[in-house]
Write a protein that binds this ligand. Structure first.
Ligand SMILES: O=C(O)CCC(=O)C(=O)O
Length: 290
């Protein structure tokens, strides 16, 4: 089967002709990496892979990152976390993020040097699965008027994981140790893609504490206006999941969200998180917020 990469909607790309349990040659990986860096979301259907194969495929694009949530890790591979509402025989959660709605967010915005690549693999889901959405912040930036671009180009935003965690269902109070590992950080609101030179916003309404140095009301108004603009359907790809889907996205210029689903129905995804190379992907600069 020959490799084909087709546009779905305004930016996502669907890849056909590859089985991810087989070895993929370097030229194909380089082509996928290029499409990923420019278009942000790649979708593969009908895959059937082990955790080892998911990690091996992920490693072709960047270094896997061990995320701060030890409690979400798979038992077999520390590079894999489980996104699930499922529980073990003793009633303990076997992963994270439950069954509730997940509001728009960007993975690792609360980290000084975020690992910006995420890859999700769908293992088990209800018959009426929730939809996951990705918003392209580069297209959204392009569509801003000049006055707004000039207003936001040099702003920085402060991020706090505690704000994100408080939106999750069924979460323990933030442990002191987790709090210490996630100090508040700051990132530029606008970044430039190292290869294309395109600018895009970096937004995460569930984790943003505010525009650095701004009063709360002005900061909330601006960030809300930008999020409302960026999440218009013309900038959004809505993914209707099938078992065996692999979706990879670049958090350097995309936000994502998920609908809620019935907590009594099982859903399980395996996820890797990657440090993508800064010469071909936006990796927001960060520093500790004082
Ligand atoms: O459950 C989903 O579809 C999305 C999960 C998610 O938001 C994440 O892995 O960051």
């Amino acid at each position: 089967m020959t490799l084909s990469i087709k546009a779905i909607g305004s930016f996502a790309r669907k890849v056909e002709g590859l089985w991810l349990w087989e070895s993929v040659d370097d030229l194909t990986i380089a082509r996928l990496a290029d499409v990923w860096s420019r278009h942000g979301v790649l979708i593969f259907r009908r895959q059937s892979i082990s955790e080892d194969e998911l990690v091996a495929f992920s490693e072709r694009f960047g270094d896997p990152n061990i995320i701060v949530r030890e409690d979400w890790k798979s038992e077999n591979r520390s590079e894999v976390i489980q996104i699930t509402n499922m529980r073990d025989y003793h009633g303990n959660s076997i992963g994270g993020l439950g069954a509730g709605e997940l509001d728009w967010h960007t993975d690792q915005s609360y980290v000084k040097e975020p690992a910006t690549g995420s890859i999700l693999y769908m293992v088990e889901m209800p018959k009426d699965p929730p939809v996951t959405y990705w918003a392209n912040l580069q297209l959204a930036y392009d569509a801003l008027d000049l006055r707004m671009k000039e207003r936001i180009d040099n702003l920085n935003v402060v991020y706090d994981y505690f704000l994100r965690q408080s939106t999750y269902d069924d979460e323990p109070k933030m442990a002191d140790e987790l709090r210490q590992r996630t100090p508040t950080v700051t990132h530029p609101l606008v970044n430039t893609h190292p290869e294309t030179g395109n600018k895009s916003m970096y937004l995460d309404p569930t984790t943003a504490a505010g525009v650095q140095g701004w009063e709360a009301e002005a900061s909330d108004n601006l960030l809300q206006e930008l999020v409302a603009h960026a999440t218009q359907s013309k900038f959004v790809y809505a993914h209707e999941w099938q078992i065996g889907d692999v979706v990879m996205w670049d958090n350097g210029f995309l936000m994502h969200r998920r609908d809620a689903f019935q907590p009594t129905k099982n859903r399980l995804l395996k996820r890797t998180t990657l440090r993508l190379p800064p010469d071909s992907h936006i990796v927001p600069k960060g520093w500790l917020a004082l």
